[in-house]
Design a protein around this ligand. Structure first.
Ligand code: F6R
Length: 240
């Protein structure tokens, strides 16, 4: 992976947004892989300026994951988050932006349907990724197969505690999710993993430099030929 150390979140957002805006200018129907959580927010923020005046009417997008067990219109569902943080501020066509169909009646078939939709779009051009303190990417928690596809997973206690800040209490954080698999993520054309803060330093070092292991799902990025890791000094502090 190419590791880029930036001074702060805003610099990371600017760097990644420049690349995405350039992609959209050259390929107006680009397919974006959209992460949620706190980490990608500076990218989405920086894209507002950069996409002003750019034709985004054909931009397509697929979210990495979605909670199972809260309504689609819950403010913290990733469908709501993507609408609020990405689709509306950037003026994207909501019909071209999908989140994993975790609210479908047929949840067992939902993963395959999402995979089919990504395939039908021709695959994801650039996949934005955060990383969990337990080393997850998407919601592929430790123990996930490197060959995994979109499926229902159980969130670890650590991930639920980490995400409690988005809910009234940890008890309200869903226990399950529908997430792109590691195999799905590895098929994107370009992976851009961002991480900020001391709390991510260990996970970043293990993902980028540690052995390939299902215990650190983020280490799967080492199998991909085109990865950019954008980190601040604190998140880079355990890299050798
Ligand atoms: C979100 C996702 C997760 C987050 C990770 C870090 O779509 O797939 O892997 O990227 O949990 O979350 P934050 O950015 O909130 O620290």
């Amino acid at each position: 992976a190419e590791v880029v150390i930036v001074p702060d979140r805003a610099a990371a957002g600017a760097l990644v947004a420049d690349a995405i805006a350039e992609l959209i200018r050259t390929r107006p129907d680009a397919v974006l892989g959209l992460a949620t959580g706190s980490t990608p927010l500076p990218v989405y923020e920086a894209l507002r300026d950069r996409l002003a005046g750019v034709d985004v009417s054909r931009v397509r997008g697929f979210a990495l994951d979605e909670y199972v067990g809260i309504d689609a219109d819950h403010p913290e569902s990733y469908a709501s988050v993507i609408t609020r943080e990405v689709v509306e501020p950037l003026g994207l066509d909501p019909s071209l932006i999908q989140t994993p169909p975790a609210h479908d009646e047929d949840l067992a078939g939902a993963g395959d349907r999402y995979e089919a939709a990504i395939r039908a779009a021709g695959g994801i051009d650039v996949q934005i990724l955060g990383i969990g303190t337990d080393g997850h990417i998407g919601f592929n928690e430790p123990g996930s197969s490197f060959a995994s596809r979109t499926r229902v997973k159980t969130l670890t206690a650590q991930t639920r505690a980490d995400n409690a800040r988005f809910f009234d209490s940890v008890d309200e954080v869903p226990r399950h999710c529908l997430t792109q698999g590691l195999g799905t993520i590895l098929e994107a054309g370009h992976l851009v993993l961002l991480a900020f803060g001391e709390g991510k330093a260990e996970a970043v070092a293990e993902a980028v430099e540690g052995p390939l292991t299902a215990s650190i799902p983020g280490s799967a990025i080492q199998l991909h030929p085109h990865v950019t890791v954008v980190v601040d000094e604190a998140a880079a502090s355990r890299l050798k």
